[in-house]
Design a protein around this ligand. Structure first.
Ligand code: SAM
Length: 269
């Protein structure tokens, strides 16, 4: 399965993660908490705070079986497993990120509740109606075929199951500042408008319980001058190259309305 094409790759990710953890003054020989790794492994706009906010609007219970689609390093899966106690199956197409996710699951003692599968969101390796909740943060921007993405999520959810997501949507003008955190070049970026997203979700059998544009809230809460790659601090720069440039381009794209940040909770009919 390691032949999947992805622009997300991080050479020697285990060594980079362990070095980053030590540089931040944490000891990987001792049990770490999901929360203290939160600056490292929530690879999406708004980071750990955005994950907490999505969780606050998504009713998940301890007995639920959750799928995290495009899980990255599985920071959100660890938040869900540790805070709610649910079981989480991660699907992630980058072999490197799967390796990093499994390492962090071990370091936090959560490997019995979280399984990491290398594979594609467009061909989920699960049977029909087998999950209570699907969770997805900042993944659809990399996927051109959103009809298949949403149809696959609908297929594996139980009727009445929830799909919680946050996503970048297309704004009023084409994206022009690259690299972005999700796309080195324009050919890696597949944005649709919020309206197209809602319509496609409806076509795939979802009813929208909540859908909101959080772009302005996000911009007002974050500083344009924050350095996302400060030395000695745990952060995405441990495994994302050129992070400062990518983060600045993402902010500028949001400020100029080229992209929008949206989130939603939908229920499968
Ligand atoms: C910006 S990262 C977000 C990671 C994670 N959801 C988070 O918020 O920390 C996007 C992730 O989606 C994954 N991805 C992109 N396309 C995918 C696909 N077709 N199937 C599975 N994973 C995919 C990438 O490899 C990457 O890990």
């Amino acid at each position: 399965m390691s032949g999947l094409k992805t622009h997300y790759a991080a050479f020697d990710i285990e060594a980079r993660i362990l070095a980053g953890i030590r540089a931040a003054g944490l000891n990987p020989e001792q049990r770490l908490s999901a929360e203290e790794l939160g600056a490292l492994d929530h690879f999406h706009t708004g980071g750990l705070r955005a994950s907490h906010e999505l969780l606050a609007i998504t009713p998940i219970e301890a007995g639920d079986r959750v799928i995290d689609v495009g899980a990255g390093l599985a920071g959100s899966a660890r938040m869900l497993a540790s805070q709610i106690g649910c079981r989480v199956e991660c699907i992630e197409m980058s072999a490197d990120y799967c390796t990093g996710a499994r390492l962090l699951n071990r370091l936090t003692g959560l490997e019995d509740r979280i399984k990491v599968h290398e594979g594609s969101a467009l061909d989920l390796p699960f049977i029909e109606s087998s999950f209570d909740v699907a969770w997805m943060q900042n993944v659809g921007m990399n996927i051109a075929d959103k009809q298949t993405l949403y149809a696959e999520i609908a297929r594996v959810l139980k009727p009445g199951g929830l799909f919680a997501f946050q996503e970048m949507a297309a704004g009023t003008a084409a994206t022009s500042y690259f690299p972005l955190p999700w796309a080195t070049e324009p050919t890696d970026s597949f944005l649709i408008s919020a309206e197209e997203m809602r319509s496609l979700l409806g076509t795939c059998g979802f009813s929208t319980e909540l859908f909101e544009d959080t772009s302005n809230t996000h911009l007002s809460r974050t500083s344009a001058h924050a350095n996302p790659a400060a030395p000695g601090q745990l952060g995405l720069a441990v495994f994302v190259n050129n992070l400062a440039e990518k983060a600045a381009n993402a902010r500028r794209s949001l400020e100029e309305g080229q992209v929008r940040l949206v989130r939603g909770v939908c229920r499968l009919n």
